[in-house]
Design a protein. Sequence first.
Length: 275
Amino acid sequence: RAKAEFDRRICYYERDMDEQARERRDMARDLWTAVENDGFHLAYQVQKSVATSEITGYEVLLRWNRPGYGEVSPADFIPVAEECGAINAIGVWVLKVACLEAASWPEPFKIAVNVSGLQLSQIELIATVRNTLLMSGLAPHRLELEVTETSIIGDKQRALHILRQIKALGVSIAIDDFGTGYSSLETLRAFPFDKIKLDRSFMSEVESNEQSKAIVRAILALGRSLSVPVLAEGVETSAQLDVLRKEGCTEAQGFLLGRPGAIDWSDRLELGMRA
Ligand code: C2E
Ligand code: MG
Ligand code: MG
Ligand code: MG
């Protein structure tokens, strides 16, 4: 009886695995189709100075309207794109469109582009970044690449080499989702980051929980002693922003300041800037 039950479970398990494998294969096929047919678009989310509320830049977030499914989160399709290799073509496309777009923005605004771990393991990324800057005419200091520490778990030496070469072009590097990885402090010590992006999970309790607040305070102090600005992700309430202001956080990003989407250029008029 137990044997029969066991066999039945194994059978379900295998069927689940088949199902998942098939779903990933279908998604991979649709991703390649999207690469070939211009099936992606970009959303932009504003980043602001905490002290002055001035716009400092925008993060580019990839969007995919998958035929028959609707909007799929990049958190769900980026891993599949990495697995099937489509991430390279997608990454080149994102960088190109983002830099062309940013080249028309007012001078001080930077553009932040997410880079996946797979891209960071490939030496071609250096040439891709260099060529994209040349082609778009965007000044290198206006481009920032966001890398997560989990994306550096592969060949660290190679990733370090690639990041150094990209920095040598004048491009800056931010560590994304800081505080959620296995060895945040080790990563911070070994890699030449220009900005720390505090993961949004720290924001949810920062007003109500003293422990969360203490951790945020400690990371902000760390940034100050390393002379690295800290940007808080996922700021949704003005109470959270107040805490960040009191604790001396440099920049903030989140639904409170602006949702990802098309850029609202009335912000620019507010700043008295001309195109
Ligand atoms: P991320 O780089 O940490 O991006 C921030 C994510 O938090 C975005 O999700 C954004 O929509 C969401 N977010 C922003 N403000 C708030 C807020 O106040 N509250 C909450 N709850 N969420 C907020 P999204 O667009 O779904 O992207 C998820 C992840 O996918 C990104 O995390 C990034 O790791 C990855 N990703 C996005 N675009 C690209 C891309 O072009 N290339 C690569 N390799 N990865 C990308
Ligand atoms: Mg990011
Ligand atoms: Mg993040
Ligand atoms: Mg994230």
